[in-house]
Design a protein around this ligand. Structure first.
Ligand SMILES: Cc1ncc(COP(=O)(O)O)c(C=O)c1O
Length: 373
């Protein structure tokens, strides 16, 4: 049996979610905009799903727009909320997901000035640094709730209070946080917030964008009145239903942290000061362990673990055959060698103690053989 510890990349579909998906794919084929019975059945299903997703983030159902996933939600918010003309300013962080970073860079090439706020060594983007970076011409602030590589939770509510006070649009990428920690749009005081279903045991290709009522934004897809005109196109009812079911299941209590903590204790006992657990001292997602094995080759560890039946990942990107160290870890001040020596273990509610103990034992054996060249 393989051990899957790459749940921040994507998750397996929950068996109950799969049932919902299969049932709706088979039985609910009506167009949710049609007035006949088939259409109304589809409409009810998508509205129930919207309620469930809204509950996950403390929102009103009418403020939830279904999208194709986190990337679309982030793009829609950033391009939709930023003024189409004139020169204005954006504040974001240097540890955002590429779907945020690349969108702000695209605006930078057109008519925006962008400030990228760096994190601390622990991976925290200080709220005061974001607030200090705001200017009179700032029209958009976008900061993630939890980082996908380190799991570090950002002080988003504090930033939300400041943006609200100044009337600046605040977007939050909550793709990694939702389903793992409590997310509440009122506490965060955000105007828009991105979600992705495949990070919480639902299928890929569906996500949501929360848009606070009254928010002025342009639509990224036009040509239909669906999703309150915020996202045109015939709704994908089965995927939305699956997302709704997964959102409800993710709100049940799960003690993932105790399994992750046991894993880290085993690593600490075996490796001592030869490892650094990044973000260990600050608030983190309960499922994420980002570990630097000093002097080792992270890519080599990932490959060796894969051959031993374990799926994990590095934060590095392979561009033109060369392994580039993770920009997130570099922004936190890790050296390129340490960044390349880092591996991300991301657990799920299905991960067992026996599994993480097996992975820890494998690492004890593997790491000394995966030295950096
Ligand atoms: C923080 C974060 N934002 C956005 C995304 C993109 O989501 P999707 O894969 O649904 O496009 C991801 C996916 O890895 C992510 O981790």
């Amino acid at each position: 049996m393989r051990i899957y510890l790459d749940n921040n990349a994507t998750t397996a579909i929950d068996a109950d979610v799969l049932q919902v998906l299969e049932g709706s794919l088979r039985d609910v084929y009506g167009n949710a905009s049609s007035i006949h019975k088939e259409g109304q059945t589809a409409r009810r299903m998508i509205e129930d799903a919207r309620e469930a997703v809204a509950r996950l983030i403390g929102a009103a159902a009418r403020d939830v727009v279904f999208t194709s996933g986190g990337t679309e939600s982030n793009n829609a918010a950033i391009f939709g909320a930023f003024p189409p003309e004139g020169r204005f300013h954006i504040v974001t962080s240097s540890i955002e997901h590429p779907s945020v970073i690349e969108a702000t860079r695209a605006l930078d090439r057109r008519h925006a000035d962008v400030t990228y706020v760096a994190p601390s060594r622990d991976g925290v983007v200080a709220a005061s640094n974001v607030i200090d970076a705001m200017r009179d011409d700032t029209r958009l602030v976008t900061v993630m709730l939890a980082n996908n590589e380190t799991g570090v939770v950002q002080p988003v509510a504090e930033i939300g209070a400041a943006t609200r006070a100044r009337g600046v649009h605040f977007h939050v990428d909550a793709v990694q946080a939702a389903g793992k920690i409590a997310v509440d749009v009122e506490t965060l005081q955000c105007d828009t917030l991105a979600l992705s279903a495949h990070k919480l045991h639902a299928p890929k290709g569906i996500g949501a964008l929360y848009v606070r009522r009254g928010t002025k934004m342009s639509s990224h897809l036009v040509g239909g009145a669906q999703e309150r005109r915020r996202r045109a196109g015939t709704e994908n009812v089965p995927l939305a239903a699956a997302f709704g079911a997964a959102a409800t299941l993710s709100m049940q209590p799960h003690d993932v942290a105790s399994v992750r903590d046991a894993f880290e204790r085993e690593l600490r006992a075996a490796f001592g000061a030869a490892i650094t657990i990044n973000g260990e001292r600050v608030a983190r997602l309960p499922n994420t362990s980002n570990v630097t094995f000093h002097g080792a080759d992270g890519e080599g560890i990932v490959i060796a673990l894969d051959l031993s039946g374990v799926a994990v990942s590095t934060g590095s990107a392979c561009s033109s055959g060369r392994v580039e160290p993770s920009p997130v870890l570099l922004a936190m001040g890790l050296s390129p060698d340490d960044a390349r020596a880092t591996v991300r273990f991301s657990l799920s509610r299905f991960t067992t103690l026996a599994e993480v103990r097996r992975v820890a034992a494998l690492l004890v054996d593997l790491v000394p053989r995966c030295r950096a060249r």
